[in-house]
Design a protein around this ligand. Sequence first.
Ligand SMILES: Nc1nc2c(ncn2[C@@H]2O[C@H](COP(=O)(O)OP(=O)(O)OP(=O)(O)O)[C@@H](O)[C@H]2O)c(=O)[nH]1
Ligand SMILES: [Mg+2]
Length: 291
Amino acid sequence: MQKTLVIALAGCPNAGKSTLINKIVGQKIAIVTSKCQTTRFNTKGITNIDDTQLVFIDTPGLFKPSRPLEKSIVKQANLGLEEADLICFIVDATFAKKQDFSSILKQLQTLKKPIILLLNKVDALKIKSELLQLSQDMNRLYDFDSTFMISAKKGTGINEVLNYIQARAIEGPWLFDQDIASHITDRNLAEEITREALYYALGAELPYALEVQTELWEDKEDSSVKINQVIHILKASQKKIILGTRGQKLKSIGQRAREQIAKILERNVHLFLYVKVKPDWIERSVAGFGN
Ligand SMILES: Nc1nc2c(ncn2[C@@H]2O[C@H](COP(=O)(O)OP(=O)(O)OP(=O)(O)O)[C@@H](O)[C@H]2O)c(=O)[nH]1
Ligand SMILES: [Mg+2]
């Protein structure tokens, strides 16, 4: 008898949601950076255990949005939460003392769905006794159905979470074919990998808003693929930051992205990156995020 459950991974930006979904699925389907607001749209990751299919949704971090791009990011997260049967609220245990979760938890409460707490990054926590205190404090703030201590990066504690979730799966047909790990398309994933490479290369210089779009995807007879991607930026002044001296920065971004895309697609990749100024890309894109 088939069973399924849809689980949203929710939490503040940078809590480790994307790291966790990659670990659960066993492959990279979502990009990870040390910066907040990395994830912009919901990505589903599927794992099958015995007769049970668990569909995880990696959602963008929850925060109080002000700018248009931020608003669309949080809207995406809320769509993921609505779709879910169960919510995993993920907290960066190394940073939690400095955070105020009350308004987010109040909002989650209105969904009337079971919520479990995952205290993440326990590998990086220097004083382990703080974990117990944090667990108590968080459970005083909200009556979580259960609490787990995990390291999404190292993989510790994840089996216990999966066992808990599996036991709550509901009878019903699987939503995805057995061999599907994610609904993200190769194009979208390739765009995301380039965005990740930009984050890494640009650090603090990263423009607030940029997007990567595929302009050409050409499957070659020798099984390689030619990909042209355009990086949209808002202002002409941002162009030289991305290009770097004599274009060296963009070259290294392209190199990193190409290697990663080739690894994921398991085929040779010819990647060409172009930078274009498109002052209205946010207005044009936000409506289509995640589609
Ligand atoms: N030490 C440690 N670092 C972690 C762990 N999980 C995630 N990180 C790091 O935390 C940072 C943020 O991770 P992400 O997975 O991108 O976080 P996110 O919640 O998806 O962030 P947004 O998409 O911005 O909402 C990255 O630098 C990760 O390497 C963990 O278990 N231990
Ligand atoms: Mg993320």
